[in-house]
Design a protein around this ligand. Structure first.
Ligand SMILES: NC(=O)c1ccc[n+]([C@@H]2O[C@H](COP(=O)([O-])OP(=O)(O)OC[C@H]3O[C@@H](n4cnc5c(N)ncnc54)[C@H](O)[C@@H]3O)[C@@H](O)[C@H]2O)c1
Length: 282
């Protein structure tokens, strides 16, 4: 059901690769809610992925951009304002990539050139988007910028590797830039920390299936899906959240505040099932 929450709003959505991408779901929902937007991804992702289908479906333009490249970002913002006929109201940063993860380099054997690339693509690009947008005065007052994060920024999770460092940096950028952008332009900057989700980037994480199963068992509400994440992002782009800024917002079914759950214990210690332990549920 649509509520017209983004009627009249203009946006830029980074990171829709295919119909599993979180950004893809956000674009579909933003379209349903009445927004107009530009889709962007790297030239190679545009070639390999399926973004033109999404562009057709949502009646939006695709602009190829490497989010680590300042000239590309300047071009993106200028062309987006031209295409949409005015300044931007919302931006989704849905970008992540680690060459160390891709090449199977463990955290105690990182390649430092890869490490720098991980941080540049997955975190510093967020700062670049914000800085370029601010210099071009491309975002309207009370606009909203959201980047996607993961709880590995706060907790160590096996296999997440140098992406954990990138997510910590991403969340810190949201706070530091959120102060400046909020103070000067009333623009809010937040990160949404999403449950593990089956996507192309997600599948790169070592042991992702077990991680998804574990957090499903640990979360009282279960893992949040990509569609549910999109719903949450829409509220953050809407006028209903105008005083929310500089936050890392957990969208994870409660996982981040759990220590141990009944469902996880049951799985961890199968023999527990054999005893009469109903009263031990709390
Ligand atoms: N899937 C999960 O389990 C999960 C959980 C929490 C957070 N996230 C985060 O959600 C975001 C989106 O990931 P996803 O799971 O939808 O996977 P995805 O693979 O669909 O999206 C990642 C996107 O990043 C883009 N990208 C990579 N390098 C880029 C660059 N230099 N410039 C511009 N774009 C670039 C890719 O082309 C791709 O579209 C990422 O930040 C990811 O870390 C994912």
């Amino acid at each position: 059901m649509a509520y017209n929450l983004l009627k009249g709003k203009k946006g830029i959505i980074f990171g829709a690769l295919n119909d599993m991408s979180i950004a893809w779901k956000v674009a579909e929902k933003a379209h349903e809610e009445g927004a107009e937007f530009v889709l962007t991804n790297t030239p190679v992702a545009i070639r390999m992925g399926d973004i033109s289908t999404l562009a057709e479906k949502t009646d939006s333009k695709v602009i190829p951009v490497d989010a680590t490249n300042i000239e590309d970002l300047e071009r993106l913002l200028k062309e987006s304002m031209e295409a949409l006929g005015g300044k931007i109201d919302f931006v989704l940063h849905s970008i992540g990539m680690s060459p160390n993860v891709r090449k199977g380099r463990t955290y105690d054997d990182l390649d430092y050139n890869y490490y720098a690339k991980t941080l540049d693509v997955s975190a510093m690009s967020f700062h670049k988007v914000l800085q370029v947008a601010r210099k071009l005065d491309a975002i309207n007052d009370w606009g909203s910028v959201v980047a996607l994060s993961y709880v590995a920024a706060q907790r160590t999770l096996y296999g997440y590797n140098d992406m954990a460092d990138a997510k910590s940096m991403l969340e810190s950028i949201a706070r530091s830039f959120g102060y400046i952008y909020g103070r000067d332009k009333k623009i809010r900057v937040n990160t949404v920390s999403q449950s593990p989700t089956v996507t192309t980037a997600g599948s790169g994480v070592k042991g992702i299936d077990s991680l998804i199963d574990f957090s499903e068992r640990m979360s009282p509400l279960g893992n949040a899906t990509a569609e549910e994440c999109a719903d949450y992002c829409i509220t953050l782009f809407s006028d209903l959240t105008r005083k929310v800024t500089m936050q890392n917002l957990f969208h994870d079914g409660g996982f981040s505040n759990m220590g141990m759950s009944w469902r996880a214990i049951k799985q961890y210690n199968k023999s527990f099932e054999e005893c009469d332990c109903d009263e031990k549920r709390d």
